[in-house]
Design a protein around this ligand. Structure first.
Ligand code: FE
Length: 287
């Protein structure tokens, strides 16, 4: 079977915004309802060496109906939730939270100076899985599988399973968990001029997020700090420029259902959103 190359379809720039108690971040996917990429609802990059931009953190707040994946590059955050989970998130670590029917949690910086940098991705759940019990996984930096390929390419596997060249990489969260969105989430670290060729399941929505250096796909430059959405196909080839490149490559199977969002609640209908608000007011979101 001939392979179909994925190319750049469009770019969603990361727009400066703030969330939580005033954390400055850059939102690309999900900056507006039209900027979602099924099953992905939102992608935020936080990156600052100015404590004023992050110390206020994200005090206790609710979620229902989807999953959040936090990937830390620099700095420390502490997660606490109503289930009694406490997690320390440090450089290279991942927190995977399935809000399901409801979670109330906080995410607070554990530093008052230095650089805080990372990403939070929201992945939707299909209707049949929205009301599952909440669950939480804290994945330490050394539990995120990493492979080094010939030619100056390192790949960290956060989610999904992928074979690159003759190397099979199983992400920290993989197909065994049977997520119906089958997410692929890789962090690619390319030396200057290095190229990586990644298979990505055709029919899955996919994007890359270049956060350092420069890169091109099929001869087109990838803009920095935004979500670069790819055309359908089964293989992605990304080539680093003279300064090397660091980028996320993310893909997932579209759910194809209606999305009704009200802040931290993402359901299929308005009635379900009203139910979520009512449950939250009655202290029954997580019951
Ligand atoms: Fe949250």
């Amino acid at each position: 079977m001939p392979q179909i190359a994925r190319r750049i379809l469009r770019h969603i720039p990361g727009q400066p915004t703030s969330d939580g108690a005033g954390v400055q971040l850059r939102r690309s996917i999900g900056g507006s309802p039209a900027l979602r990429l099924d099953p992905f609802l939102m992608l935020d990059e936080f990156s600052s060496s100015n404590p004023d931009d992050y110390v206020a953190g994200f005090p206790p707040h609710p979620h229902r109906g989807f999953e959040t994946v936090t990937y830390m590059l620099d700095g420390r955050m502490q997660h606490r939730d109503h289930l009694g989970n406490t997690g320390d998130l440090g450089p290279g670590g991942v927190q995977w939270m399935t809000a399901g029917r409801g979670v109330i949690h906080s995410e607070m910086p554990q530093q008052r100076e230095g650089r805080m940098r990372g990403f939070q991705l929201w992945i939707n759940l299909p209707a049949a899985e929205k009301m599952q019990p909440a669950s939480y996984r804290d994945i330490a930096p050394d539990a995120v599988p990493e492979t080094a390929l010939d030619g100056g390419v390192r790949v960290r596997g956060i989610a999904g399973a992928v074979t690159i060249g003759d190397r099979a990489l199983r992400g920290a969260v993989n197909a065994e968990h049977e997520r119906s969105t089958d997410p692929l989430y890789l962090d690619l670290i390319l030396d200057p001029g290095a190229a990586a060729e990644l298979p990505i399941a055709s029919g899955h929505n996919a994007f890359v997020y270049l956060y350092e250096g420069g890169a091109e796909i099929d001869g087109d430059a990838v803009p920095l700090q935004g979500a670069t959405v790819l055309t359908d196909g089964d293989v992605l080839t990304v080539k680093a420029g003279d300064d090397g490149a660091r980028l996320l490559a993310i893909a997932g199977k579209p759910i194809g259902e209606a999305v009704v969002q009200y802040g931290p609640f993402v359901m299929n209908t308005r009635e379900e959103i009203e139910q979520a608000l009512d449950d939250f007011r009655r202290d029954a979101l997580t019951a």
